[in-house]
Design a protein around this ligand. Structure first.
Ligand code: AR6
Length: 175
């Protein structure tokens, strides 16, 4: 790579992240990395039991960090598992931890030479992070990180479930 600036496309994708044929999808996991509900459950169901097997060997993941596995039966080649913060009102470092999820996931994507990646709205389901604030963190952090070092990335999709999430990301992207 020449190091010259290439612009990365940031887009909203409404629908199920498990069907996306991108190089990597991000999972909103928990610290045990052994599956769960929400998008985590959907990803494990679609990927098949080999995903859980590989996850067991990872020994969990700290909040704000990320670890990668293969995608198995998913159309995506890689799954990047990150652990978002539980929303506790906003004064316990939630924004910084959520930003760290996006930064560490994008850094892993760079290491894996990923060209396209899709993120769910991390922490905005069971973990209770308000959608507008979470979308703002997602978009701002992704833009900063990609401006600093995009690697091979060409496309970042924000996968949204439902109208409220779609509106929040449209606002954050300035659409
Ligand atoms: N595709 C895209 N987005 C989805 C999908 C899907 N198939 N399913 C749900 N969402 P959540 P969290 C959206 O609860 O808040 C799990 O049990 C959903 O509408 O999946 O980070 C883990 O194991 C919401 O906007 O993740 C953890 O224990 C977003 O994905 C815990 O939940 C995130 O909702 C993590 O909680």
């Amino acid at each position: 790579m020449s190091g010259t600036h290439r612009s990365v496309v940031l887009e909203i994708y409404p629908g199920d992240i498990t069907g996306l044929a991108v190089d990597a999808i991000v999972n909103a996991a928990n610290e045990r990395l052994l599956g769960g509900g929400g998008v985590d459950g959907a990803i494990h169901r679609a990927a098949g039991p080999e995903l859980l097997e590989e996850c067991r060997a990872l020994n969990g993941c700290t909040t704000g960090q990320a670890k990668a596995t293969k995608g198995y039966r998913l159309p995506a080649r890689h799954v990047i598992h990150t652990v978002g913060p539980v929303w506790r009102g906003g004064d316990t470092g939630e924004a910084e931890l959520l930003a760290s999820c996006y930064r560490t996931s994008l850094a892993l994507a760079r290491d894996l030479a990923v060209r396209s990646i899709a993120f769910p709205a991390i922490s905005t389901g069971v973990y209770g992070y308000p959608l507008m604030a979470a979308a703002e963190v997602a978009v701002t952090t992704a833009r900063e990180e990609l401006a600093a070092n995009a690697g091979d990335l060409e496309q970042v999709l924000f996968c949204v479930f439902g109208e409220e999430a779609k509106a929040a990301y449209e606002a954050a992207l300035g659409e």
